[in-house]
Each structure stands twice: as C-alpha cells, then as structure tokens.
Design a protein around this ligand. Sequence first.
Ligand code: BV8
Ligand code: ZN
Length: 247
Amino acid sequence: MAALCLIRELTEAREIVRTARAIVAFSGAGLSAESGISTFRDAGGQGIWDRYDPQKLASAQGFRSDPALVLDWYRERRMRIAAAVPNAGHVALSPASRVVNITQNVDNLLERAGAQEVTHLHGSITRDRCSSRCGFSEEVDLANPLGLRACPRCGQHLRPDVVWFGETLDPMDWEDAEKSCRECDVLVVIGTSGTVFPAAELVGVALARRVPTIVVNSERTGAGRSADIEIVGKASVVLPQLLSGGR
Ligand code: BV8
Ligand code: ZN
C-alpha cells in the first residue's frame, strides 16, 4: 500500500514540478545524511559527539565557555565533509534542475554537486571569520582544519563562519530567501525537521500564497500535514525522480 501511495504522490509531484516556472528547494540536514553527515536530530549516533548537545556546541555561549571543544567539534565535522561525496539528492538539485537552492546546511555538498548560488541561511563551515567581526574571513582547508587561532587583523579568536543559535541570520541571505519563496510557484522542502527558526518560517511564506508545497522526508513530519504533497522517502532516491522530468 505504502509503495502505491508513494507512486501516486511522486507522479502528482512530478507533474507540478514539470510545469513549474520557479522552483525553490529548501533543504536541511536530511539532504546530506546519505553522504554520511549526521543530522542534528540523529546526532546521538556512535560518535564522540553523542555526549554533547549540538545546540550547545553551535552557540556563541558554547564557544565562549570552551572554544577548544567547539572547534574540535567543527574540526571533526569539517574532515567528515571533506571526505564526503555529494549524493544523488545533491546532484538532482544541481543547475540543470532549474532550482533555487536555499539550505540550512553549512556543508558545501550542493556546490560540489554543481549547484550555483546556494543561499546558506546558517552560514558555511568552509570559512572562518573573526569572532569580533573586524571583517577578516578566509576559506579553510576542510581536510586539514586548523585549531583555535587568532585573527591576523585584530588578534581576537577566529571562528567558523556559521550562524549559531542565538545569533541572527545574515539579513541579505534572509531577504533573498524570503523573496525566492514569495516568487516561486512550487516549494520543495527536503530533509528538515522544521524545528529551527526563523528558517522554518519560509514554508509558511509559500503556504500563505497557496503555492504547491512538496515535502520530501525519510519520516512523516509536521511539515507534511500542512503541505500539498508529502513524499516519505530518502532524498537521494526521491529527488532524482522528482526533478529529472525536465520541462
Ligand atoms: C535567530 C549552523 C534571533 C551551525 C544552525 C523563533 C524565531 C526566531 C528564533 C527562534 C524562534 N524560536 C526559537 C528561536 C531560537 C533558535 C531556534 O530556532 N531554536 C529552535 C531549536 C527552537 N533560532 C536561532 O537561534 C536562530 N537565530 O533567530 O536570531 C533570535 C535569537 C534568539 C531568540 C530569538 C531570536 C539561529 C538558528 C541557526 C542555528 N544554526 N546551524 C552549525 O550547523 O554548526 S541550525 C542547525 O539546525 C543546522 O543548520 C541544521 O540544518 C538545523 C537542524 O535542522 P534540520 O536541518 O531540520 O535538521 P534535523 O536534524 O533537525 O532534521 C533532519 C531531518 O531530515 C529529519 O526530519 C529527518 O527525518 C530527515 N532525514 C534524515 N535523513 C534523511 C531525511 N530526509 C530525507 N532523506 C534522508 N536520507
Ligand atoms: Zn579580527
């Protein structure tokens, strides 16, 4: 029965995508899960980090209280991302699929799959920036990430150029994302629990315009209840079928 539902939902969703003019893909950690990047909810895996709460580590407070611990966490994640390979879900979201990518993810797997102009609402783990915002920032070698170090311009600590809990999103990124969701004619919500705000509010922007909203998630989520179509399946399996239809 479930397989029949999946086929029906996928067929309906493909038709919506096929005829769409402006597709926005709003993604979360589930998009990179099959590339071996643990999600925030499933972070309680076997790794060292299952003893820590990602929300505490991904915070300015956490960095202030133990910068070395937080940077160790980012070091581990950076090396894992360097070793990861974009999965078929990332590839399906590449330029050929006419998709505007807005992601909560800080990894660079969409770019490595060929996607251009990805909006990273929560920043990017590929860069370090000055913790006192003096303006210094630089790309880091994900395969050989450096530890705690001083900003060469002002001497304060450098930190990953990501948005931590309790920090505001980059206004330009937020404005771009909201505008895309106001102008799209279909929103595909991929691999997100919809628990992190204000990012999760983007779904509401599309729903308020009665724009068709398609949720792709390996589990049934709350977002599915308000969406037009909920496809329960893995991103790397569903997205190539959903987006490969061309015009
Ligand atoms: C802010 C960067 C002003 C760091 C991250 C209301 C409005 C505004 C703010 C708040 C608000 N309510 C609460 C807040 C505060 C807070 C917040 O949202 N808290 C939550 C937890 C309640 N928000 C903030 O602090 C934001 N700042 O608004 O500033 C302000 C400040 C304070 C108070 C008010 C206003 C900043 C939030 C940004 C935090 N930074 N990342 C880093 O990554 O190192 S968020 C982090 O969480 C990641 O970006 C990650 O993407 C995200 C987790 O969400 P998901 O992506 O959804 O991942 P998750 O693991 O939860 O779910 C994975 C899903 O995938 C699951 O559904 C699973 O079923 C599915 N899945 C798994 N495998 C697959 C799959 N699906 C498909 N295929 C698969 N194979
Ligand atoms: Zn500085």
